[in-house]
Design a protein around this ligand. Structure first.
Ligand code: SF4
Length: 362
């Protein structure tokens, strides 16, 4: 199977088998860009309702550029990897201020925008502007390592570069938009991580792993390092008027720009109530009494996992100050849903608005 046959078979298959997605067939580069940012780290099914809501709130790059960051983060709430939303918002302002609202159409120019790396630059310029830039994501890596019988570790940059070179050679210069989407679609629905459906695959006649029965061992990925686990104590400080104290995370920190109940890591030898009381002192400059555990929950982030223990607290002395946050606010229970919270804190806000009981895993 030569490169032309590969491309021809792939495009023919794509025409007949592509799934419907709200951004597929879209001509507006802004919407294609938003969809590609959402699809980094997120599955199509999860991204779809977020995409539709996001576009209804911010239908043009001007609407996004003019929006308040809190509105943008609220629209992203629950999708994770919030730096994507902050960067998209910043880049929208750049597009409006420096490019008159027109997304740059070349790889070298678009990659200068915040939050756009090699994958997104190739995806947006090929899909929106039909430029022959080959995309390489996890799906494409799986298809091409299997197709060419590449047994090297796919965690290594050298292997990824090798796959990129193959993709650059294969890309259909006439129709790069469909070629790239077809590669990702084959990886997603045919060349699946386990039990690939090779008999239905448009390129199986040239596939080394299929011929050599190596689809179980290719792609090879070396074992991941074990993620550290932290125990976190969080304080929910309730004032006498019933209002709760929330804090805005620093802009440059993980989950920056989102709100949370203050807290931090348990130290060796510390009871969890002590952790909560110490953290309130360090983060807010106050003495509190942690008097009741509201709930605990487990949550996994990309590089670590946590068990969070949330304690109800009463102020004993002092006036809270935002020592570790951008800002603090006292809010009513019913107002909590107006603020963007990261997932673990969102569960707490829902509990505080009286939904569910017990230990949770999210
Ligand atoms: Fe993947 Fe099988 Fe197609 Fe090879 S033949 S690319 S292993 S689905």
């Amino acid at each position: 199977m030569n490169n032309n046959d590969f491309s021809h078979s792939l495009l023919k298959w794509y025409k007949d088998h592509k799934r419907q997605m709200p951004w597929r067939g879209e001509a507006d580069p802004y919407k294609i860009w938003v969809s590609e940012i959402m699809l980094q780290q997120t599955r199509v099914e999860q991204a779809t309702p977020y995409f539709q809501n996001f576009i209804s709130l911010f239908p043009t790059v001007f609407d996004l550029a003019n929006a308040d960051q809190q509105e943008v983060l609220k629209a992203w709430e629950g999708l994770g990897y919030y730096s994507r939303a902050r960067n998209l918002h910043t880049a929208a302002k750049t597009v409006v201020n420096e490019y008159d609202g027109e997304l740059p159409d070349t790889y070298d120019e678009i990659i200068k925008l915040k939050g756009i790396g090699p994958y997104t630059a190739a995806a947006v310029t090929s899909i929106a502007f039909n430029k022959p830039n080959a995309v390489v994501d996890g799906n494409v890596i799986r298809v091409l390592t299997r197709y060419f019988g590449i047994e090297d570790d796919i965690r290594s940059t050298k292997t990824k570069n090798k796959v990129q070179d193959f993709a650059n050679e294969l890309i259909d210069e006439e129709n790069p938009a469909d070629f790239n989407q077809a590669m990702m679609e084959v990886g997603s629905i045919v060349c699946k991580p386990s039990n690939p459906n090779c008999s239905e695959c448009p390129v199986h006649s040239g596939c080394v792993s299929f011929k050599m029965a190596k689809t179980d061992s290719i792609p090879y990925k070396s074992p991941a390092k074990k993620k550290p686990h932290y125990t976190i104590g969080v304080g929910i400080i309730e004032a006498e008027n019933g209002k709760l104290l929330i804090a805005l995370r620093p802009e440059d920190a993980m989950l920056g720009g989102l709100w949370e109940f203050p807290g931090g890591k348990q130290k060796d030898g510390e009871e969890i109530q002590q952790t909560v009381e110490r953290e309130m002192n360090e983060e807010l400059g106050v003495q509190v009494k942690a008097y009741k555990e509201l709930m605990s929950l487990k949550h996994t982030y990309s590089h670590f996992s946590i068990t969070m223990h949330a304690w109800m607290c009463k102020l004993v002395s002092g006036e809270p100050q935002p020592k570790s946050s951008q800002e603090i606010r006292w809010v009513k229970h019913a107002e909590l849903e107006q603020y963007p919270f990261p997932k673990a804190n969102k569960v707490l806000t829902e509990r505080l608005m009286n939904k569910g009981q017990g230990e949770l895993e999210i």
